[in-house]
Structures are given as C-alpha cells and as structure tokens.
Design a protein around this ligand. Structure first.
Ligand code: DX5
Ligand code: ZN
Length: 238
C-alpha cells in the first residue's frame, strides 16, 4: 500500500518529567522530533487530567516545535479558542464527544489550525464518511484513552490498515496518527500497517530504561524496520 507521508514522531508530553521539562524539550528539539503532543483531558470524557492549558501556555514561548493537541473532553468548542490563543498547530477531537463534528472541524480550520478526528478503539471508521473533506489527519487510538502505560488493544493493527484502505477508497490522502502503547516492538507493525504519525510515550521515547536520545534512536530504528515491512507488505495482522 503506497503511502507518501514521512513517518513523524510526536512525543506525548504527559509522559515528560516535569522536573526536567526544559532539558527534555531541548533534547527533543536536538533529536529532531516533529511535534509535541499534548493530551488535554477534562476528567469527564476520560477519568484523568494530566496537564492543563497553563502547561502549554508557559511552554509555548520556549520552543518552536509545533504543538499537537489531542482533546479528550466533553466540550471541544470551549477549548478551541483557548488553544488558538496559546498558539497550537493541530487539534484533534474525539468523534465520540463531538456533537457537531463538522462544525468543530470547520471552527478549528478557520483559525488556520490542522483539524484531526480521533477514534476510540471500538469506534468504526464509518463515522468519518461525511467529514473526509473537513479533516487533515485521523488519530487512531491504539489504547483506550486517558492513561499512559497501557497495553495496545488487539484490534489496533487491523484498524490502522482498515483506516488506510478507508482513506484510499474515499480518495482522501491524509496522515494516520496512532496513540497508545507505541512501543519499540509495535512501531514496525504500526508503520507497516499504515501509521504515519507516532505519538510516543512511556512505551518508547519516554521509556524508563533509556535516555531520551537513546530512546529516539531506537524509535527511528523501529520506524526503519516498519518501512521495510511496508515495502514487502508482509504485515502479519493477528
Ligand atoms: C493515552 C495517551 C498517550 C499515550 C502515552 O491516552 O494519550 O499519550 O498512551 O504513551 P504510552 O501509552 O506509551 O505510555
Ligand atoms: Zn494523545
């Protein structure tokens, strides 16, 4: 399956060490990651609240890295103008919480910000059918959202591949972002299945057994393996 997007790394900042944050962001910049991924949770759509908007606001002036925000909230439209004011570059909203998804995606784009649609593991791809023109990327949750350190759901590889096929069938050429247990072992299979943007947390970039730089190097090796598998299209979907 031909996919033309470069594979991008988006460290999940809820997994960063708040005490070492400035140094970690500097290392991430040096290592050439593509985004900083921020999980904004309202403790209602998901039972957690790892970081608040002040975290992004205070970090914003200190790095040029694009801010990729993943909203896991009930009231998406409340957060969009606040994120615009902070200066983020992409916002994904969950289809499961977006009562007026088309309107919210249009609102995000009206500010010149990329709009993504996030799907929980059990949500079928068919919900995307009538917003394919309003979205800039799809976020496939490969864990049930809300917490770091979880195990990938069994359907993840198949869903990534199905999402690839869905986008191709609908003539939509946009990247697929994956989020949750994006580990050194799973990255090759996720990339081979069609993942383009990797949200990397405690399973890879912030893995406790290595330094950030070591972990990013391992992540890039895993990406290379995934691209080799993709070329030979020998994904074994279990
Ligand atoms: C899950 C979070 C992710 C991710 C964290 O809701 O959105 O940031 O799971 O990374 P892992 O899963 O590797 O700890
Ligand atoms: Zn996320």
């Amino acid at each position: 399956m031909a996919r033309a997007f470069p594979i991008q790394i988006a460290p999940s900042m809820m997994c960063a060490d708040i005490w070492q944050l400035a140094e970690q962001v500097h290392q991430l910049e040096q290592a050439g990651v593509d985004y900083l991924h921020f999980d904004i949770m309202d403790a209602h759509f998901v039972p957690n609240m790892p970081v608040g908007l002040v975290f992004l606001e205070q970090l914003r002036p200190h790095t040029q890295l694009p801010f990729d925000v993943h909203l896991m909230v009930d009231n998406n439209d409340f957060f969009v103008p606040l994120l615009v004011a902070i200066g983020v570059q992409s916002i994904s909203v969950h289809v499961e919480s977006a009562v007026h998804l088309d309107r919210t995606l249009t609102l995000i784009r009206s500010h010149g910000i990329k709009a993504g649609v996030a799907l929980n593991p059990a949500t079928p791809l068919s919900v995307l059918r009538y917003v394919t023109e309003q979205m800039d990327y799809v976020l496939i949750m490969t864990v049930n959202p809300g917490f770091a350190g979880q195990r990938m759901v069994p359907s993840a590889y198949r869903k990534i591949r199905d999402c690839c096929l869905f986008l191709q069938e609908n003539g939509v050429d946009i990247p697929i972002q994956v989020d949750g247990n994006v580990s050194f072992d799973r990255i090759p299979h996720m990339v081979a299945a069609g993942a383009d943007i990797l949200v990397t947390g405690t399973s890879s970039v912030f893995h406790r057994d290595g330094t950030l730089l070591e972990n990013i190097a391992r992540t890039r090796q895993a990406i290379a393996e995934g691209l080799r598998m993709r070329r030979h299209d020998n994904l074994r979907i279990t």
